[in-house]
Design a binder for this molecule. Structure first.
Ligand code: ATP
Length: 262
């Protein structure tokens, strides 16, 4: 397949502001990407375009071999899992965790179609795989941030997505919950049914070995993209964030030291 996931010259303009400008990006099967950029650089907008929740002002988007404009986006969205605050904010606090996981099958918030008998069995299995089996009798609203994030990943996984979009999945997690969630992502990346993962994060520590490529966004433009080894370099990260950033790599993980001058 020539183009599996690709953006060609994609721009997105709202309120006369160019939020994304001339974005080119190619994702090959088997690659997992991280998107890095300062607040407001356009990361979430980019993910929403990929998932078909927004339409580009200009340019061409192909996702999972389907060209936008020539495909049924509702069908395509069923193959894409989404984990992030944009979704989390819409979930009613009284929602039961197993219903939440099953709702992923229909790419809806709440269940408006009759689930198959097998769906709840699958939901229980996923809850177990993601370490949520102890909280399945509690309403969503009382769960901790870490528990909510795991449920959202289970929800995204129920329809075996080919593309899993993770918009800051570790936001609000304590050190232990964050590391557990990152290990879950690593295990997902190593599984035989692994989806392609695209992760937005602000922290290099969250880039697990399963992530192979990095896309740097600055002010809505692609600053650089390529393999982790090519892109996670002090000069490029300093340029991305407009501040002196030193990238330190150890045992397949990364972190940063930031220097303020003046
Ligand atoms: N509908 C809109 N109208 C006008 N501006 C918008 C609209 N949607 C997003 N923006 C602006 O576009 C810019 C990019 O937003 P986006 O949420 O994609 O950034 P981000 O890189 O994900 O930021 P953060 O790291 O803070 O989450 C922001 O400055 C935002 O205010």
């Amino acid at each position: 397949m020539d183009e599996w996931i690709s953006l060609n010259e994609v721009s997105f303009v709202r309120s006369r502001r160019t939020i994304l400008d001339g974005i080119d990006w190619n994702i090959s099967p088997g690659d997992n990407w991280v998107v890095l950029g300062a607040n407001g650089s356009g990361k979430t907008t980019l993910l929403r375009l990929l998932a078909g929740y927004l339409w580009p002002t200009q340019g061409r988007i192909t996702v999972l071999g389907e060209r936008f404009g020539q495909t049924d986006l509702r069908e395509l969205r069923m193959k894409i899992g989404w984990v992030g605050s944009f979704l989390e904010a819409q979930i009613p606090s009284g929602q039961a965790p197993l219903d939440l996981i099953v709702s992923g099958k229909f790419a809806s918030i709440g269940i408006f179609q009759t689930p198959a008998e097998d769906d709840y069995r699958k939901a229980r299995e996923l809850a177990k795989r993601l370490g949520c089996e102890r909280i399945i009798d509690l309403p969503y609203g009382v769960l901790s941030q870490g528990e909510k994030q795991r449920l959202l990943i289970a929800r995204a996984m129920i329809h075996r997505p080919q593309l899993l979009i993770l918009d800051e999945p570790c936001a609000g997690l304590d050190l232990v919950s964050r590391e557990q969630l990152l290990r879950t992502l690593q295990a997902l990346g190593e599984a035989p049914d692994a989806p392609c993962m695209v992760l937005v994060t602000h922290h290099l520590q969250e880039i697990m070995p399963a992530f192979t490529h990095v896309f740097l966004l600055k002010d809505g433009r692609r600053l650089a993209s390529g393999t982790k080894e090519e892109i996670l370099r002090s000069e490029l990260l300093s340029e991305t964030f407009g501040i002196a950033v030193e990238v330190v790599a150890e045992n397949g993980r990364y972190w940063t030291k930031v220097s303020f001058t003046g």
